[in-house]
Structures are given as C-alpha cells and as structure tokens.
Design a protein around this ligand. Structure first.
Ligand SMILES: Cc1cc2nc3c(=O)[nH]c(=O)nc-3n(C[C@H](O)[C@H](O)[C@H](O)COP(=O)(O)O)c2cc1C
Length: 251
C-alpha cells in the first residue's frame, strides 16, 4: 500500500514538474517575442518540426512514356507492371502513363503566336509537373522509335520541359533486349539536361523462350518484375537526391 502511494506521488510530482517546465518555456518564448529578442531559429525549429510531423509526405510523381503505339505493346506492358509494383510495394511514388499517340509530328510551323498545338501544350504541362520519368523504349533499327523521338522533341522546344529531372529507361526486344534504343535515348538526355539513372540497367530479351509476355503484352516473368522493382527504387532514390530539399521540406 505504502509502495503504491509512493509510486502515485512520484508520478504526480513528475507530471507537475513537466507541466511547470512547459509553462515556463512558453513564458520565456512570449517574453523574448515581446522584447524582439526571440531567436527565430529556435522558434522556427519547433514550428518546423511540428509541421514536418503533421504534413503528409509528398508523393513522387512519375510520368511513364512508352515509345510504342501498338495496342498489345510489350512496352505498354512493362509500364503496366511498373504501375502495379509501385502501387503495391513502393511508398510515396505514383506512376501515370501518358499517351503520346495524339501528338502531331513535330513541325515548328504549328507553333503559332508562340503557342503550341493543344495536344502538345497538354503534354508539355504534364512533363513539367512530373518529378521524374520512366521510359519504356522499344528499339527500331538500333535506335528509339519515331513516336518517342517526336514526343521528346516537342518537350525540348523552349522552355525545355525535361530539364533537370530524373529518368529511368527500360526496354524489351531482340538479343540485346532493346538496349541500343536506351543508349540513343540517353544521348538525347545530354542535350535535354535529363538525368538518367545508370544502374541497375533493364534489358529484356523478349523473343527467346520462355515467354516473358502474354498475348496482350502483359509482363508475366517474375524475375523481370523483380528487376523492374529495383529500377523503380533506384529512380525514387535518384529523384530524392536530385530534388532532396523539395521533398524534405515538403515543398
Ligand atoms: C521497324 C521496326 C524495327 C525494329 N528494329 C529492331 C531492332 O533494331 N532491335 C530489336 O531488338 N527489335 C527490333 N524490332 C522489333 C521490336 O523490338 C518488337 O517489334 C517489339 O515488340 C516492339 O515493342 P512493342 O511490342 O512495345 O511495340 C523492330 C520492329 C520494327 C517494327
């Protein structure tokens, strides 16, 4: 009984001491503010900490672009799989597919009164508002496809909307798994000031068995899905490194 009472009075005393400390801290802060002596850094630190604890973590917005226009495209399939992986197992990252099939073939005569055609303007806005990109780039004759190059070129018209963003590229194809298209794309990235994740690389030999895709272009290969997951994690880490302060401060 005596021990129980001692515990209760100990708890009460601790509680009162904490309450009194907090009260005095508030008084000191109020006094410093009134006298104009407040050390803003200390005050802001308290506020910042409270805000960063309360603010929802910003989500990395990934725009995914496929260089194919085919309905059953295996590159659309890679993007669908990436979207599933991000939704299921990667925090704070959302991937949205953007259709480039409606973009007109680039012709600067279409830029009237400093305006782009509406489809191009909408595309450019999406690119501008993205944090980073996932390209699924088929290889046509050792390079990128015409639709993908067209989309890249529209984005490069001034002001270049690709600039200073992170990107990852994946591909599937013949023996090198579409790898040459990736190097062409990375080459464009130099002038665009687009920063590609170097590792891990993702090439997928789609034509030798066992089948990696079903007839609708869906990725059915578990090992490839795991590698795709690693690419997405690398893209997330690289985007955070590039834009660190934005995500840390929740801007
Ligand atoms: C015009 C053309 C050129 C191609 N050139 C290559 C090539 O250089 N290397 C390669 O691995 N596959 C090549 N292919 C095969 C593509 O990799 C294959 O069609 C692939 O499925 C395209 O991707 P998609 O299914 O997303 O459309 C070529 C296909 C076409 C239509």
């Amino acid at each position: 009984m005596w021990i129980k009472n001692r515990n209760i009075s100990f708890l009460m005393t601790s509680y009162l001491i904490c309450l009194s400390l907090f009260y005095h801290l508030v008084l000191i802060e109020a006094y410093l503010r009134e006298e104009g002596l407040a050390d803003q850094k200390i005050l802001f630190l308290v506020e910042d900490n409270m805000q960063s604890n309360l603010a929802p973590k910003p989500t990395i917005k990934v725009t995914a672009i496929s260089g194919s226009l085919r309905k059953a495209s295996i590159h659309h399939g890679l993007i669908r799989s990436a979207i599933d992986i991000a939704n299921q197992s990667i925090d704070d990252m959302s991937i949205h597919f953007i259709d480039i099939s409606s973009l007109p073939m680039l012709n600067t005569d279409l830029e009237l009164n400093d305006m782009f055609p509406p489809e191009v303007e909408a595309f450019r806005q999406t690119i501008l508002q993205s944090d980073c990109f996932l390209f699924a780039s088929p290889e046509y004759n050792y390079t990128v496809t015409a639709p993908l190059k067209n989309a890249i070129d529209w984005g490069s018209r001034l002001p270049n909307v690709w600039a200073d963003k992170a990107a990852a590229v994946v591909s599937a194809g013949g023996s090198f798994g579409g790898g040459l298209s990736q190097y062409s794309l990375r080459q464009c990235g130099v002038y665009l000031d687009l920063h590609f994740v170097n590792k891990p690389e993702f090439f997928l030999n789609a034509f030798d068995g066992p089948a990696k895709f079903d007839d609708d272009g869906n990725l059915i290969d578990d090992e490839a899905k795991e590698r795709l997951n690693d690419v997405l994690l690398a893209l997330k880490a690289f985007t955070l490194r590039l834009q660190g302060p934005k995500f840390v401060n929740g801007g």
